[in-house]
Design a protein around this ligand. Structure first.
Ligand code: FES
Length: 226
C-alpha cells in the first residue's frame, strides 16, 4: 500500500501517512480491556483450540479488539495496549502478537476514519475501472492519496489486492461490506450516502443477481422439453 504525505488539513487535503503515524503514537491508549460483548465471545473462540495451542486464537482475538474499538470509538483499529492484553490472555510473548497484527492488512495499527474505503487495484478491477472508483473516492472525500484520512475524520482510503469478487469488478470494500459494479458516479453517490449516515445495501450497485451475467442469461438457453 502506498501512503501519501503531501496533503494535510492545512492545505485542504487529508491527513498524510507520516502525520497519521505520529497521530497514532499520540493516540495510543495507555490501557485496554475487553468489554462485556467481547468477553462473552472469547470462551467460544478459545474452545476451538487445544489448551496447549491457545496462541492459535491470536487472529480472532485481534479481530475482536478491532471490532470493539469500532463500537467504542468509531475507529476500527488495534492499539498496542490491546496487543499486550491479547498476548497476556493467550500466554504468548507480546512480540508474536505485534508480528501478526502488523503482517495482516486486515488489522489497522493506527486510528482510521469512521469508514475505511478499500479500493481493489488488482488486474480485473483495474481493467473494469478501478482508477475511476479511486478518483471518485478522492474527489468525494478530499483525500489526495492512499493511506490518508479525510480532514473531517470520516474516511480513510486504502488500496488493496484482489478482494475475491472479480466477476463483479470493480469492487470497493467499505468497512466489512463489498460494493460492486461501481463507476465514478455510483461511487460518489455511495460516499455521499455514507456521509449522511446511511448504509446503502451492499453488493452489485447495478442490481446484478449475485455473480450472474449482466442482463439476460447467456448460457443454458435451451431448456429440454420447451
Ligand atoms: S481483482 Fe478486484 S476483486 Fe478480484
Amino acid at each position: 500500500m502506498s501512503g501519501g504525505s503531501g496533503a494535510s488539513p492545512e492545505n485542504g487535503g487529508g491527513i498524510g501517512a507520516t502525520q497519521a503515524a505520529d497521530e497514532a503514537e499520540r493516540h495510543q491508549p495507555a490501557h485496554f480491556a475487553f468489554d462485556e460483548e467481547s468477553e462473552r465471545r472469547i470462551p467460544g473462540i478459545l474452545a476451538r483450540y487445544p489448551e496447549t495451542r491457545k496462541a492459535s486464537a491470536v487472529i480472532p482475538l485481534l479481530w475482536l479488539v478491532q471490532e470493539q474499538m469500532r463500537r467504542q470509538t468509531g475507529s476500527a483499529w488495534v492499539p498496542k495496549a490491546a496487543m499486550d492484553v491479547v498476548a497476556a490472555r493467550l500466554g504468548m510473548p507480546p512480540i508474536r502478537v505485534y508480528e501478526v497484527a502488523t503482517f495482516y492488512f486486515m488489522f489497522n495499527t493506527r486510528p482510521i476514519g469512521r469508514h475505511h474505503l478499500q479500493v481493489c487495484g488488482t488486474t480485473p478491477c483495474m481493467l473494469r475501472g478501478a482508477e475511476e472508483v479511486a478518483r471518485a473516492c478522492r474527489d468525494a472525500t478530499g483525500i489526495k492519496a492512499y493511506g490518508e484520512t479525510s480532514a473531517d475524520g470520516m474516511f480513510t482510503l486504502s488500496e488493496v489486492e484482489c478482494l475475491g469478487a472479480c466477476v463483479n469488478a470493480p469492487v470497493l470494500q467499505v468497512d466489512l461490506d463489498y460494493y460492486e459494479d461501481l463507476d465514478y458516479e455510483s461511487t460518489v453517490r455511495l460516499i455521499e450516502a455514507l456521509r449522511r449516515g446511511e448504509r446503502p445495501r451492499p453488493g452489485s450497485v447495478i442490481g446484478r443477481q449475485a455473480s450472474a451475467p449482466e442482463g439476460e442469461r447467456t448460457t443454458l438457453l435451451d431448456v429440454p422439453g420447451e
